[in-house]
Design a binder for this molecule. Sequence first.
Ligand SMILES: *[C@@H]1O[C@H](CO)[C@@H](O)[C@H](O)[C@H]1NC(C)=O
Ligand SMILES: *[C@@H]1O[C@H](CO)[C@@H](O)[C@H](O)[C@H]1NC(C)=O
Ligand SMILES: *[C@@H]1O[C@H](CO)[C@@H](O)[C@H](O)[C@H]1NC(C)=O
Ligand SMILES: *[C@@H]1O[C@H](CO)[C@@H](O)[C@H](O)[C@H]1NC(C)=O
Length: 251
Amino acid sequence: MASRWLVLTLLAAVGKADECRLNGPLELSRTLSTNSPYVTVPFTPGTLQDNPFKNTRYRINDFCVGEHTGTHLDSPFHFSENGWSTDQIPLNRLIANGVFLNVTEQAAGNASFRLQPSHIDAWVERHGPFPDNAVLLVSFGWAQRFANRTLYLGTASTNFTEFRQPGISVEAARRLANIDQLVGVGVDTASVDAPGSGDVHVILAAKNMYNLEHVDLDQPCLPAKGFKVFSMPVKVQGGTGAPARVIVVPH
Ligand SMILES: *[C@@H]1O[C@H](CO)[C@@H](O)[C@H](O)[C@H]1NC(C)=O
Ligand SMILES: *[C@@H]1O[C@H](CO)[C@@H](O)[C@H](O)[C@H]1NC(C)=O
Ligand SMILES: *[C@@H]1O[C@H](CO)[C@@H](O)[C@H](O)[C@H]1NC(C)=O
Ligand SMILES: *[C@@H]1O[C@H](CO)[C@@H](O)[C@H](O)[C@H]1NC(C)=O
């Protein structure tokens, strides 16, 4: 009797997960604006010019932005001298198979939370091995805080060295670096690393993996797998990263 209940409970859990399907493309990048968190240079708009041109008018503007502002991609070159710069990342790696790991409940709003190898193992146990050419998106439940900067960055300061948010542990980064199918890792926080550390960046960059940071994972639902992730950074020569459109689409 008890085992029948267990089977029914498991089926109910699987059924619930299956309800979560993408019906079309979903935008995971936030609008680049003066509100975008940054490391070096904030998004700085120029002055909109509204000019006459023959028998019409045209508008033109400029902006200035740091490579690691808002939703952005870190190229492997950011933390690996021999890694690909933004313009060198092969296109097929930027159109990847999505894997979604949601540790919102485990993180429980704790900025000191670190993703552990056991969280990755639990995903694999439940959903099988990672697909080829995979990008892992990790939700710490932090994207939900974005409307309140102090809650999201753990400080009212714009100085990134003072940001406090969950991240990936070094042990988990090593586990990820050993998954040959993996080409990139995205998070809904300011950094894949613990605040003040670059260790996870170094471990992932050594495998020529890219990172996605400030990904908007505050979505009604994302399936654990079975979707594509398009990560499209501006193709800057020699870039350490760039603001990026990150879009998921169903298979
Ligand atoms: C937050 O997480 C850290 C690291 O796991 C842990 O040491 C700490 O006790 C947690 N804090 C709370 C309030 O649970
Ligand atoms: C944002 O969060 C901080 C920290 O919890 C809180 O003190 C502040 O009142 C919040 N701001 C708004 C506008 O809700
Ligand atoms: C940011 O904070 C760090 C550590 O508190 C400090 O060393 C650095 O000078 C600050 N940077 C700026 C631009 O204020
Ligand atoms: C992640 O899990 C939390 C807590 O269970 C849930 O509220 C949230 O909707 C999930 N996120 C996505 C994108 O499915």
